[in-house]
Design a protein around this ligand. Sequence first.
Ligand SMILES: C[S@@+](CC[C@H](N)C(=O)[O-])C[C@H]1O[C@@H](n2cnc3c(N)ncnc32)[C@H](O)[C@@H]1O
Length: 246
Amino acid sequence: MSEFKCEDVLPYNSHECKKEQISKMFDHIAGTYDPMNHLMSLGQDRRWRRKAIERLASFNPQRILDVATGTGDFAIVASLSLQADYLLGVDISEGMMNVGRDKVQKLGLSEKIHFQYGDATELPLESDSFDAATIAFGVRNFSSLSKGLKEINRTLRKGGVIAILEMTEPENWIFKLGYKFYTKIGIPVLAKLISKDQLAYDYLPNSIAAFPQGEEMRKLLLNCGFSSVEIKKFTFQTCTFYLAIK
Ligand SMILES: C[S@@+](CC[C@H](N)C(=O)[O-])C[C@H]1O[C@@H](n2cnc3c(N)ncnc32)[C@H](O)[C@@H]1O
């Protein structure tokens, strides 16, 4: 039985496992992911990543693992702002990473940012080997949230830091009303215009609604071996930033 409701939310069907469906879904939307993401968030996704990376600066991480790296935006901002020596992006969608590889090459960052296939719930990486781990809009898709967070904890050195960005349903009822209207009307229209995959953008609000938020996430992070959890909400509570220490 699943520990969290979001683990049972699937984009396409009830017979394939979550990992398989998620990797297919992101391979399918990879080509339009970046423009759709920036448009859907009205450019806020860039600001959220920047803010998360600014908070990481005081830890001066030199080896950073970007889990669910997708097209590499979090890794790119981290590389440019933190001047880290080594960044590794892992993901289960080669389609998304191929877009990321192209961007990184065009920016001349191929020496610093590397991509590797890897599932967050069984990372092909050594223990205690990173100073920081980042995940933007990825945890919601894990087949097991606890397994993924424990795995990431394993790869961090003691004192290492995890920074998570995830979409959230606002608690404030006025913000929630606006959010519901936007996800029910605005996003499907944008998805129809830009993306080929309507189901992927139905999955988005459904998985956000089922994802543990705020204090529930704090408890989960503590259970997965982290401490000193910080929580910050951005842009009408539609995005939450979590920071915690191993
Ligand atoms: C919404 S995208 C986010 C991409 C990127 N982090 C960003 O900031 O735009 C989510 C990514 O998580 C990846 N993903 C989902 N489940 C994963 C898992 N178990 N392990 C690794 N990556 C995963 C997907 O393939 C996809 O590329």
